[in-house]
Design a protein around this ligand. Structure first.
Ligand code: ISJ
Length: 291
């Protein structure tokens, strides 16, 4: 389930958009949303529907961790010293795989989707594919909030050692490909905080506007926080990790308690990083929401 995949292009929308494009930028944003609404696509952007998308993304995150856990930590993959694995490349093997893959995916149109953000590429190659008209839901001045670097550092330095075995089996390229899948899944989930913030703002502008004008981060954080939902998320991901990561055996007694990724690590990942970073994105987005 994607937040922004439903924007089928219709001629009406294109013509309205091109007319709007010559009017002042804030108006482009408003009309873009109205155009989505006239096709019913704006209906997708309720807090409930965004939360459903976040729930589905839990599956992607947990399966990507399970895939990465097939390999030991393989520390050489992350060595960015001059004697690192990739001859002539200034960075680690993971940097190399991420940069080159992101360049290919940019050409294939991945980053046209406002939910997708690259980790390492600052200038993206132009897509070589026809444009898809994604609904423009985010407020342009706030859409660029980004914690990719924090996610990358957290993943390599803190998360990886918690769910991979010690050791080195030489499968560096395969491990790096799995890392990128984990990173992209985490990034999408965390940066979807922008959509959550947009919907919360639209639902209660009278509550958010004074706090935004006062640049009151703490009050914004308090207002957007729903502790009950957070508790449910942490419990659900633990349960999913137990179900998705169990050893399946025809003999019931064989598999009890052996999980491919420790369910408490998944819950910890959400409690310590995913939820706090999503909320940080929400606050940062809101602080730019009236620019
Ligand atoms: C994403 C939301 O905002 C906050 C962050 C949450 C999360 O990252 O899971 C859950 C509840 C809120 O405290 C939300 O309200 O759904």
């Amino acid at each position: 389930m994607s937040l922004v995949s439903s924007g089928h292009v219709c001629t009406f929308r294109i013509s309205i958009r091109s007319i709007c494009a010559i009017v002042i930028p804030p108006l482009i944003f408003i009309v873009g949303s109205l155009c989505s609404s006239s096709e019913g696509t704006n209906d997708a952007f309720t807090l409930d529907s965004i939360r459903q998308s976040l729930v589905r993304q839990e599956d992607t995150i947990i399966f990507s961790l399970i895939e990465r856990a097939k390999f030991p930590i393989n520390s050489a993959t992350y060595d960015a010293s001059p004697s690192s694995l990739v001859h002539g490349f200034p960075g680690s093997l993971l940097d190399f795989v991420v940069r080159r893959t992101e360049a290919v995916q940019a050409k294939a149109g991945r980053y046209e989707n406002p939910e997708e953000l690259p980790f390492l590429l600052t200038t993206l190659p132009h897509p070589l594919v026809p444009r898809h008209n994604y609904p423009q839901v985010l407020y342009p001045a706030a859409a660029s909030v980004n914690v990719s670097k924090t996610i990358l550092d957290m993943y390599i330095q803190q998360l990886l050692p918690l769910f991979t075995a010690e050791g080195d089996d030489g499968n560096y390229a395969s491990a790096a490909a799995c890392d990128l899948a984990c990173l992209q899944a985490l990034s999408r989930r965390i940066h979807d905080g922008r959509f959550v913030a947009e919907v919360k703002f639209r639902d209660a502008p009278e509550d958010y506007e004074p706090l935004i004008r006062a640049k009151d981060r703490d009050a914004l954080m308090k207002l957007l926080t729903d502790e009950k939902v957070e508790e449910i998320v942490k419990e659900r991901v633990r349960k999913k990790a137990m179900i998705f990561g169990q050893e399946v055996s025809l003999n019931d007694t064989d598999s009890k308690g052996n999980y491919k990724v420790d369910p408490s690590v998944v819950s910890h990942l959400y409690a310590e990083w995913v939820i706090p970073l999503t909320k940080l994105i929400e606050v940062e987005y809101l602080l730019r929401r009236l620019d």
